[in-house]
Design a binder for this molecule. Structure first.
Ligand code: TYM
Length: 344
């Protein structure tokens, strides 16, 4: 099903697994905020059911979920204009996730590169949930009939899997029920790299804290991490094309462009011929000026966890009001008897 027959709706999610990074901010949350004002309904989720695919300490999971909610709002997501909630409060995700486990084929899941990266040599010992996770992700999106999914580059394959699942479901049951959602991967920050190694993605789970900037880092830490970021000995070039083959330099330029809302070519126009010893302090100053208000606002919101929980409850109610009828119709398509009147 093309998406043109469906009312446009945006859905995306982030795992509350701690250490929200500059990559998550520039590649995802900043885009979520921009899309909030496009006149389309926006639904943003803290995907706690995804987080438990690897071990989470219960007290930390609760803290990280509230911290992520605070980060969403501190970055500019407004709980009035967007639906903000944590996944486990809307049971339709897990229910549709199971149905999709029965639609997705093992061969499709075996091709998921993120699973291979995360499981590594340990594939026999990781949870079944880690393997099945892209089918839960498809359910997250499709239980809202979402049409647009803003994500970083690393999630593209998973959104494509959601399209395959939607198409197979529609084909198997002879319906035109689920849309095939489009990944929205735009801007200069779709793949922010580690500050220590330009060939690896900046990641919350990298063992080296120096490899990433966390949204909770203070100004001194941010400046130190940028000062120590790996670069090459050459000055900044005049055009973006000349950054090919210079992954660390390209990464810092893209971070600058995205933080400043500038084109990469304009950043280079400003800094062409300058050494990194001049570019890095400018980048550090820019990063601090953008991130400090965010971490301060997060701190204020976390002082009142009951208010955060209230916002998540309200978002959960609004999310369930969309998802539950779609799930009910899915059960009906499958031929399942749903004769209870009181559901939960
Ligand atoms: P997660 O929690 O790993 O990452 C959240 C978002 O941040 C983006 N991102 C990056 N973007 C640019 N550069 C980086 N270095 C970087 N690191 C992370 C990710 O692409 C993502 O957009 N499976 C998802 C969460 C999820 C989801 C969904 C997303 C669950 N259900 C439904 C969309 C729709 C994940 O683990 O993202």
């Amino acid at each position: 099903m093309g998406i043109s027959e469906f009312t446009p709706r945006v859905f995306s999610g982030i795992q509350p697994s701690g250490n929200l990074t500059l990559g998550n901010y520039l590649g995802a949350v900043k885009r979520f905020v921009e899309m909030q004002d496009d006149g389309i309904e926006t639904v943003y989720c803290m995907v706690d059911l995804h987080a438990i695919t690897v071990w989470q300490e219960p007290a930390e999971l609760a803290h990280n979920t509230r911290e992520l909610a605070a980060a969403f709002m501190a970055c500019g997501l407004d709980p009035e204009r967007s639906i903000l909630f944590n996944q486990s409060q809307v049971s339709a995700h897990a229910e549709l996730g199971w149905i999709f486990n029965c639609v997705a084929r093992l061969g499709w899941m075996n091709r998921m590169t993120q699973f291979k990266d995360k499981a590594g040599k340990n594939a026999e010992r990781v949870s079944l949930g880690l393997f099945a996770y892209p089918s839960l992700m498809a359910a997250d999106i499709l239980v809202y009939h979402a049409t647009h999914v803003p994500v970083g580059e690393d999630q593209k394959q998973h959104v494509e899997l959601a399209r395959d699942i939607a198409a197979k479901f529609n084909h198997d049951f002879g319906v035109a029920f689920f849309p095939e959602p489009e990944p929205v991967i735009e801007g200069s920050a779709t793949r922010i790299m580690s500050l220590r190694d330009g060939s690896r993605k900046m990641s919350k789970s990298d063992p080296s804290d120096m490899s990433r900037i966390n949204l909770t880092d203070g100004p001194d830490t941010i400046s130190r991490k940028i000062r120590k970021a790996r670069t090459d000995p050459f000055p900044l070039p005049e055009t973006p094309g000349e950054l090919d083959g210079r992954p660390e330099a390209g990464n810092l330029v893209r971070i600058y462009a995205s933080l400043a809302d500038m084109a990469e070519s304009d950043v280079l126009r400003q800094f062409a011929g300058k050494p990194f010893s001049e570019f890095k302090p400018a980048l550090a100053e820019l990063a601090v000026s953008r991130l400090r208000p965010i971490s301060e606002a997060m701190g204020r919101m976390l002082d009142d966890p009951a208010e955060v929980d209230r916002i998540l409850a309200e978002g959960g109610d609004r999310a369930a009001a969309i998802a539950d009828p779609i799930l009910d119709r899915t059960f009906e398509i499958l031929g399942m008897i749903r004769s209870r009147t009181r559901k939960r």
